[in-house]
Design a protein around this ligand. Sequence first.
Ligand code: HEC
Length: 143
Amino acid sequence: MAAYTLYLRMSGIIALLVLAVFADAPAKLTRDEAQKLKSPAAYSKKSIDRGRVIFMQNCTSCHGENGKAEGSLIADATDLTTPSLYKSGTTEGEIFHSIRDGAGDQMPAFKSQLGGEGDIWNLVNFIRSLWPESTRPPLQDDK
Ligand code: HEC
């Protein structure tokens, strides 16, 4: 009897743990859903600087340190400095989506590899800071 009660308690706890893990990681977004997303991170110097650090740690092997993907081992990595070359959209939500869920055949999903969605938004800001000045958003103060 005691063992059975313990078993029930344990399965309850495991179910809660499973819920907690999946609550943070909903399934892939559709492109429409992605377009509607609004970044919680201001396009600020602080956010761009944080994004740069994460980019240098996770993204340069394919996109290069300058984002241009020159000499990349994976020939098809997008030149992130030129918005007109993007295949999966250039709104903040679409860029977030490409990083979070992956893009094309070779861009990995980073959903569970970075510190959390906040850092994905910092990456979005860093990437936009690589664009030609006329296509960048105006620099903001931190929210
Ligand atoms: C294993 C190589 C690889 C790594 C590592 C990688 N990418 Fe990519 N990335 C790609 C490829 C290849 C594509 C082009 C996908 C396609 O064909 O649509 C791409 C596409 C993208 C796109 C979408 C551009 C478009 O065409 O719309 C963004 C944004 C992006 N990467 C950002 C990042 C960021 C930020 C990181 C680091 C967190 C990263 N990538 C790491 C290979 C990589």
